[in-house]
Each structure stands twice: as C-alpha cells, then as structure tokens.
Design a protein around this ligand. Structure first.
Ligand code: MG
Length: 366
C-alpha cells in the first residue's frame, strides 16, 4: 500500500463564544486539513490548527513543513512499513509538531482502514465511549458562574475552569462563585495555562484547599520551561498537578516523570506530533504509575476524532478534554465521532470514519 498523494486545504469556523485563557483569546478555529490517498484507493484525513503561542505552528509553517519536507519523504513509500515512516516523520524535521500530527493521524486512518478496524480498536480498543469535560473561559466571576451553570444544565458534569490571567484573589473569587452555583457533585478542574509563578500557585491552591473548593486537579500552573517550579508546586500541595505545556515530547515526559514534577500528564497530538509519539508518552507515564488525560487545541471534530480514537484505545488514559468541537458555530466534518452532550461515541466504520470536510470556501472535499 503505497502513499500516492498528499494534499492540504484550509478550513475556518467561528467560535460560538470567544475562548479565553491566560495565554490567548480565540474567536476563529482555523486549520490545515491533510488528505492522504494511497494507491489502493484508501483516503486518510488529518488536521492541524495553528497554535503559534503554544506550539509555534502557523498555517503557513504547517503547509510548508508538509509540502516541502514531509511529502517528498512519504510519497511512494509503502505504508505497511509504518514503523519506518513514523520514525522518519519524527526525525526528518525538528519541531513542527502540529504538521507532523496531522500527517500521522491521516497515516493511522489509512492503516486502520486497511485492517478494516475503527482506529481505536486498531490501537487497542480499551473503551467504546468517552465522556468529555467542558471549559469555562476566563471572564467575570458572575459570567463564569452563569456559563458553568448553563454547561451543567446541558448535560456536562466536569468543568475545566481557566485561571491564571489575573490576580489570584480574583481567580479564587471566580472559583468560589462557580462552586457555590454548581454545588458539590460537579467535578471542577483548573487550567492556569502557565499563568502563575510557583509561589502564586502554591498560595492559590492552598487557599482553595483551605476553603474546601474541592479542586480535582490543576493543569500547568507555571511556565512550560519551569520544571523546578512545577515540582515545587506538586510537592507543596495536596491537589493533583498536571503537566500540559511542559510536556510536548517523550523526552520531556521522561524528565517530568523521572523528577516526579507532576502527578498527571495532559497529552495532545498537536504537541506530541501525533499518535505514534503520544503512545510512547502514555507508555512511559503508565510505567511510572502516572495517569494521562488527552486534550486538544481549538480543533474541529476531525482532529478530535483522531485524539478520541487514541484516548479510547488505552487503559492509562483516564480523563478526556474534547469539548473544542462543541464551541464551534458550525460543524464542517462529515463522519467521525458523535456527541450526545458529554458522551462521545465512535463510528463503526474502519479508520477515523471521516467521509469529508468543508473547506474555507464552503465546499465539501470528500
Ligand atoms: Mg491546558
């Protein structure tokens, strides 16, 4: 099964409500979509959003990496020697994890179709459905609590609340208000997106512990490169600490695991460079007794379909942050995973189960 053609096109979908974190505000979900065609007629799909402030990938850099470096390497190669191809994909260019991830998921789509299995079963098939949390963007305490209540009313029972953008006293007030309004049965996890110093984080988290706000975990309290700070926070509080932006590669995961700098790891295909690398990170973490979440950037149902297939395939992945497609004003993907509020189910079709995607001009490419 030789790789015959690698094409890309752009998509753009507005968000229902701006997505606001300590790092950025997003109003439009843009992406480069990858379509890989094999000589036996199988077609595989992938997606890469430009998340410059986190991964460094822009629309232009994703296209350039794919067309100028990855495509010449993959074209006319036999996909059944996939260890060779995934190894090559990780070494043929440094960085560019989102470009690599989009190609990697399209290759896995073709491979699992060849084996006539849905991708999550090709990778292990541990679970058949998943439940996602829903993210509350940073706004005033009242607006955040209103949003939280409306998400609970529409069927979600785990909230991921963005913090770290303002003074910690403001964050604590927001969490207090949300907890007061949603009650004690709802799980609340926080994501500071690198917005705190280690000292801020320790102070804020201890205060929340003393106020019995029952925070399940706190994601990436400190700067991505500040592993000492991350460890200091992890060692100083009872609340679970999750590494997100600190872990892109398997080597970074190994470093965090070796030094016990975090209790949990958030794997994203767009940071890891795809499913092949994400599996290595998960296996390292599992070996060290550290559970993983799989999350995403602001992606359409295409990228999340690949991430969800991966997440469902492994026992050690126990948390899922797949709300991004629910934040979009339009669904541009034909096929793929289905949402029933928080519950995600998989198509029975082999591979990702994607039939086509609508491009930025409004035309479906199939
Ligand atoms: Mg995060």
């Amino acid at each position: 099964m030789n790789i015959e053609q690698i094409e890309t096109f752009r998509t753009a979908v507005p968000l229902i409500k701006p997505f606001k974190t300590a790092l950025r505000t997003v109003t439009m979900a843009e992406a480069v979509v990858v379509k890989i065609t094999c000589d036996n007629g199988l077609v595989g799909w992938g997606e890469a959003p430009p998340t410059v402030v986190i991964t460094g990938d822009s629309l232009a850099s994703i296209e350039s990496a794919i067309h100028h470096v990855i495509k010449p390497f993959l074209e006319n190669k036999n996909l059944l020697n996939y260890e060779l191809l995934f190894q090559g994909l990780s070494t043929i260019l440094v960085g560019n994890p989102s470009a690599k991830a989009a190609v990697d998921m399209a290759l896995y789509d073709c491979l699992s179709q060849f084996c006539r299995l849905p991708l999550y079963q090709f990778l292990g098939g541990y679970k058949h459905e998943l439940e996602t949390d829903f993210t509350v963007s940073v706004n005033s305490a009242e607006e955040m609590a209103d949003d939280a209540v409306s998400y609970i009313q529409s069927g979600f029972n785990v909230l991921k609340v963005k913090v770290g953008k303002d003074d910690i006293s403001v964050d604590i007030e927001r969490i207090r208000e949300i907890r007061r309004r949603v009650g004690l049965d709802i799980k609340i996890r926080l994501d500071a997106n690198q917005g705190w110093t280690a000292k801020d984080a320790i102070r804020a988290i201890r205060k929340m512990e003393d106020s019995d706000l029952r925070i399940e975990l706190v994601e990436q309290p400190v700067k991505a490169a500040d592993l000492e700070g991350l460890k200091q926070v992890t060692d100083s509080v009872d609340t679970l600490i999750m590494a997100d932006e600190s872990v892109f590669t398997a080597k970074q995961a190994f470093q965090v695991l070796k030094t016990r700098s975090a209790d949990l790891i958030n794997i994203k295909l767009m940071k890891a460079g795809g499913i092949y690398q994400a599996q290595i990170i998960n296996q390292l973490a599992e070996t060290c007794g550290v559970e993983c979440m799989v999350g995403s950037m602001i992606e359409t149902r295409l990228g999340i379909t690949a991430a969800a297939h991966f997440a469902a395939s492994k026992k050690n992945i126990t948390r899922y942050d797949f709300d991004a497609p629910l934040m979009l004003a339009k669904d541009i993907v034909d096929g793929g995973i289905q949402y029933n509020n928080r519950v995600i189910t998989f198509p029975t079709a082999p591979g990702l189960g994607i039939n086509g995607v609508i491009n930025e001009g409004g035309v479906q490419v199939g």
